[in-house]
Design a protein around this ligand. Sequence first.
Ligand code: S3P
Length: 187
Amino acid sequence: MVNTDNGGNVRVQSLFSCNILLVGFMGTGKSTISSYLVKALGVEEIDTDRLIEQREGRSIANIFETDGEAYFRRCETQLLVELQKRKNLIISCGGGMALQDENVRLMKETGKIVLLTARPETIYERVKDSRDRPLLNHNMNVEFIAGLLEKRRPKYLKAADIIIDTDGRDVSDICEELIEKVAGSTK
Ligand code: S3P
């Protein structure tokens, strides 16, 4: 079991001199896992979607609507460039971050890329009530999610250093596997 109430587990923290970048389709649990890891490891969290929203002073939906997806993608790449010199971060990435080769190159330079996966049905259940994902707003159904996931899968797999399935598992179990795998891969 991961210890979450010690404000930073020294043994575990010392295993990570790099950043951990969580990538994967919308609804694969990046934000949930990120929050848990931050507590367990006592490290800082960057949520790329939230940071872009803060800086822009508007929602992602508004950015897509007003300036288009390409503008949002440039914000994402810019953020990764800025994070290049930072360490010991849990970086929870927007679901499209791993789709651009340049982003993957930047991410590989600063940390371990952990891909979270889930079945389309699970993803649908997790995101169905959300209104702040412009790509799903008019396509909120399992078929669309399955199609987009299939289209993106090769890019996600190519980017991943570590892959973790989240279907039907609780957060502490997922985080335990993640920590073990990251620790093992940085030995
Ligand atoms: C996107 C995923 C979203 C957000 C934007 C685009 C995508 O993040 O970055 O709506 O292209 O998959 P989450 O994965 O956190 O929902």
